[in-house]
Every structure is written in C-alpha cells, then in structure tokens.
Design a protein around this ligand. Sequence first.
Ligand code: PLP
Length: 388
Amino acid sequence: MNVPMLDLKLQYASIAEEAEAAVLDVCRSQWCVLGPKVQELEETMAAYCGTNHALGVSSGTDALLMCLMALELNAQDEVILPTYSFFATAGAVVRAGATPVFVDIDPVTFNMRPDAFADAITDNTKAVIPVHLYGQMADMDSIMAIAEEHDITVIEDAAQSLGAVDHKGRKAGSVGHYGCYSFYPTKNLGAFGDAGLVVTNDESRQTHLVQMRNHGMEPRYYHDFVGGNFRIDAIQAAVLNVKAPHLDNWHAARRNNADIYNRAFIEAGLATKTGEIEFSDAERVLLPIDMHYSSQDTNTHIYNQYVIRVQHRDHLRTVLQAAGIGHDVYYPVPFHKQKCFQNIPTAKDRFPVSDDASETSIALPIFPELKEEQLLYVVETIKKEVLG
Ligand SMILES: *Cc1c(COP(=O)(O)O)cnc(C)c1O
C-alpha cells in the first residue's frame, strides 16, 4: 500500500470545475492584482475569523513581516517567540530589524509556554508571537493577560491554524492585535501559489497595513513610510473563494482521521491515552491531544499536521520510507540551533522541550481524502517496528 504525506490532486478533483471557471474569470477580466476577487476573499475571511478586518497579502511570511514593520522596531527592541516553529516566524523578526527572544514550548501542545513568555519579558519587549502550531491554539487567555499587563503587542502566527477554535469559541488569529495566516498550498486552505492574510479588529492598524501593502503609498506616488509590495494576486483569491466554503468539512475529515489514528495506536498497545509526555513500556508512542486550557470545552484542533513522538525516530523514518508511507519532521532544527541565529543572545539558552521535540516528533499523513485502511496500515507498520 502507498500512503502519500499529501496528495493535493485528490482535493483538486473535487473542486476542479469551479476552480477552473474562477481562474478563467480572472484571465478574462485581466484584473490580475487585488480587485473584486480579493475583496470577496477579505470579506469572507473577516466573517470566518470573527474580526473587523482582513487583508489579503502575498504570503504568510509577508503577513508576519508587515505586522512587525508596523511596530517600527529597532535592534534594541525584543520580540518573544517560541524557538520551535517554521523558520518564517523568526526570520520576519530579524528582517523587521528587531531582536528575537527565543522561549521554550509546552511538551503536549508544542506551543509557547505562557510562563516562559512571562519570564523572558524585559523593558525592551515590544511584541510576542504565539504560534498556533500544527492546527491547535496556544493558551491565548494566559498570553493575553501577560501581554496586557506589560503593554506588549500580540501577533498571532496562525499560518497552520486558520479555523482552529479555543474553548471560548474564538478563532485562531482573532484574539491578539494581529493574526497572520498562510495560504501556501500545503496549509488547510491552500491557494495555487503563495498567498497570505492578516486580520485585526483595530481600524487604524488596518488602515496602516493597507498602505503598507502598497509601498506605504497614499495618495499615488506619495509615501509617508516605507512599505513593500505585499499584494495578493487575484487568481489566488479566486481559488481561495472557491475552496473556503469546504474548509470546515476538510477540518472535520482531518479530525476524524486523527481519531482513527489515536484509537488504532491505543488498540495496537503502543499508547494508553492521548496527551502523554513520558515514554514508558505502556507509552511507546506519544499521541497528540485536543488540549484543555480550562475546565470548559476543549480546543478544536484542525490537524494541519498530526504529530506523534517516538524514540529512535530517525530509524522509524527509514522503515516508513521502505513501506511506502509518507512522513516529515516539523522541525528538526529549533531556531536556537540555526546557524544564522548564533549571534542572537538567547540562542545560548537551554530549551530542553524543543530540543527533545526536534529529536522525537514525526508527522504522519492526515489529509482529508485518506482512507481508513491507509491510516491503519501506517499504525500496523509502526507497531511491527516498535513492538517487533
Ligand atoms: C507556513 C508558515 C509560515 C509562512 O507562510 P508562507 O505563506 O509559506 O510564507 C509562517 N509560520 C508558520 C508557523 C507556518 O507554518
């Protein structure tokens, strides 16, 4: 059996006719950048995220960069972020001219620990970037309370979590001052190329971002500040408008796949329950969990990635490879170990949870169109390897 990590052609087949018609519309209109398709996307996304404003931009990376540029930071200014995320989170801070301050993550959710954030605050802290990794929200209640006390701007990196919901019914990206999303093709809502989004509830922040998206220009050829070309193509918006109504169904299929995996791993004797953090004879595989941050309902995890932890991870990778099972490691090198960040002061600190996650975590195929027998084959293959 073959189980690819991701097969975008299956999703495409289900929307091909509508997507091709929408792209053709753009071709015939020759309104290639911004315009009515983008406006439609922005209205849909603001309503979906529950925010006053949404702005279509060139990528998730640029979404982060723009929000940081809007804060007009310099090298003394510090921005706190988890050391365990996709590179763009940290790269954007450096490109905006500020100093990143790395902190460690929670071993269950892989998201930034609020107490680590609090401990890292100094007089120079200007912003914090909680990342909602793999499709599950960070503990925003705690993070917002700390940020408000210290007057720190909160930029949510929700690139992997568009549509994730916390126990208060709030969407990922809608809680902080800015929320940033990516429509890279492998995200749960993927364009046919690069695209991204910023949401905010604050009208003056929105006005500033609109101007920044187009080189800080307003009116034409007059520039009050330096922005960039952060515009989104109309073709990307047209595709996203076709896909957006399906997003919650695709999330539901991913969540169902995660349930099938969890049950199969437990039945196989590889784990006793989800959310464990210590390996033992009973816990050969550590399973993800829909986290409780309060006694109320759980978060809704949208499983952009289904990430388990195993000992001897790199050996398991060769076994999966030989069995025709796609997989990946997000992320093998935390920021504090990246060569390009060795001059950052906190790169010398210790981040044991992130180091451990980078050595034991492995992402398994989770995309909506997978069949139950494919998921069971993945678990069976891991069982044979781990239990012999
Ligand atoms: C994908 C991703 C980004 C960057 O988005 P692009 O659209 O690829 O630029 C930023 N942060 C995280 C956590 C991501 O997963």
